[in-house]
Write a protein that binds this ligand. Structure first.
Ligand code: ARG
Length: 465
């Protein structure tokens, strides 16, 4: 039935755990990923314990030496992961005790796995933000800015409701994504403030009677401050949920870009050429060239959303302080981190190797009355109230459509029949190229504004762009 195994908490039990229990409650199979944070936290804790005199300097040295050995073994993939250890904390502590004996047994003084795991997760999440999310967002932004700088004067149709709307520069279109990713950058940066607090010393939930120095541990580990309330600090996982929420929005942004490009690279649009390296073929249809990478960028968002929803569900209705449910948090954190990291990396590469099909863009801007709004604004400048101007142009569009023409192909007489305020100068206002050059409002989608935005981003992104 039950197979005997010795746990650090075994003394209180008369029976050892059922084998099903052992495998059901273990987290080592996935939380071993936290090993370097667990070791860093233990070293900082041991050094603090020595500083305040709770262990000797010699004990501390033995602990640090043991931890260095363990670290080297894990790095070299020589460490024996014992499945009987419940989690990463017990695996590392157990290995330490095997190596250095008694000093190792003093390490867990004034510490619980509850504040230990909270610490490890905060260190992990901080690195996920600093080493992956922020730099990868910057690099994806830089790739988009770089691509935009090559198409400041390329005019393309824009769409609302996926119907042709107004002409824009291809650069302005790309820069819209740079904005979205910038908000993601800000969200991760903001979440980081609440990640970067040290929970160690909160113990199981109530703190400790021993004279530990929490500030010293926080300083050693580079935290901005310590958490204020030990009960909250052991049960709080908001910082993970916030990370996942920022990740979910970011993944959502990538899915929009992916969807656009799947569409824009289709035979129907042919606006963008996604490089061969990011497409795959079909096993049956020899002519196919599918944008699988972008389809998967769109599809993998499911994992990130699932992680956020899973985390919200996991923490809802939990009693105050630590509950074992929280062990599952890592599943969501790791999954979203891995998925978004991979998607950000590949999207930046896809962008770096993509190019607009300028002929097709130019061709596409010829049709669809992209200049209709501009014509209405021309009339406004001539003193016609906008509502009336809108009606005039509506009629002109209907008239042109009947004869299968664009607005610029109407004669001055055609114009005058519907509105006598229209003069010969109207032709300088028609056609996509004329329109984009006439955009005036700040932040518009024309070439001058795009060039200005590019300068802004090149400066903001510095070395990245
Ligand atoms: N493996 C646990 C987790 O990830 C560590 C904390 C367990 N604490 C406890 N008292 N059982 O949440």
């Amino acid at each position: 039935m039950s197979k005997p195994s010795q746990k650090s908490w075994q003394a209180r039990f008369s029976e050892s755990a059922h084998c099903l229990t052992e495998s059901y409650v273990e987290s080592l199979s996935f939380d071993r990923r936290l090993w370097q944070y667990d070791i860093a936290g233990s070293v900082a804790h041991a050094e603090m314990l020595a500083e305040v005199g709770l262990i000797t300097k010699a004990d501390c040295q033995a602990i640090v030496r043991g931890m260095k050995e363990i670290e080297a073994e894990i790095r070299a993939d020589r460490f024996k992961w014992d499945p009987a250890c419940e989690d990463i904390h017990m695996a590392v502590e157990g290995a330490l005790i095997t190596r250095v004996g008694e000093p190792g047994k003093r390490l867990h003084t004034a510490r619980s796995r509850n504040d230990q795991v909270a610490l490890d997760l905060r260190l992990y999440t901080r690195d996920a933000i600093d080493l992956d999310m922020l730099p990868l967002l910057r690099s994806a932004q830089a790739a988009l800015v770089e691509m935009a700088s090559g198409c400041v004067h390329a005019v393309m149709p824009s769409y609302t409701h996926l119907q042709r709307a107004q002409p824009v520069t291809a650069a302005a279109y790309l820069l819209a994504y740079v904005e979205q990713l910038d908000r993601d950058f800000d969200r991760f940066t903001d979440a980081r403030k609440r990640v970067n607090l040290c929970p160690l010393g909160s113990g199981a939930l109530a703190g400790s009677t021993l004279p530990i120095d929490r500030q010293a541990v926080a300083r050693r580990l580079g935290f901005a401050a310590i958490t204020r309330n030990s009960i909250d600090a052991t049960g709080d996982r908001d910082f993970i949920t916030e990370f996942l929420a920022a990740a979910a929005m970011c993944a959502g942004h990538l899915s929009r870009l992916a969807e656009d490009w799947v569409l824009y690279s289709s035979q129907e649009f042919q606006f963008i050429r996604i490089a061969d390296a990011f497409c795959t073929g079909s096993s049956m249809m020899p002519q196919k060239r599918n944008p699988d990478v972008m389809e998967l960028v769109r599809g993998k968002v499911g994992r990130v959303y699932a992680a956020l929803l899973g985390m919200l569900t996991l923490t809802k209705g939990l009693p105050q302080a630590y509950n074992r449910d929280l062990q599952e948090d890592k599943i969501y954190l790791f999954s979203a981190h891995d998925t978004l990291k991979a998607s950000l990396e590949i999207v930046a590469e896809v962008v770096r190797h993509a190019r607009f099909n300028l002929d097709r863009l130019a061709q596409a801007t010829q049709r669809g009355f992209l200049d209709a709004t501009n014509l209405a604004e021309y009339l406004v400048a001539k003193g016609v109230p906008f509502r009336q101007a809108h009606q005039h142009v509506g009629r002109l569009v209907a008239e042109a459509e009947r004869h299968n023409r664009e607005l610029a192909e109407l004669s001055l007489d055609d114009f005058k029949t519907i509105c006598d305020r229209i003069g010969r100068d109207v032709y300088d206002y028609l056609g996509a190229a004329n329109v984009v050059n006439r955009y005036r409002s700040e932040g518009n989608a024309g070439p001058a504004s795009a060039a200005e935005q590019i300068r802004y981003w090149q400066q903001r992104l510095g070395g990245n762009a």
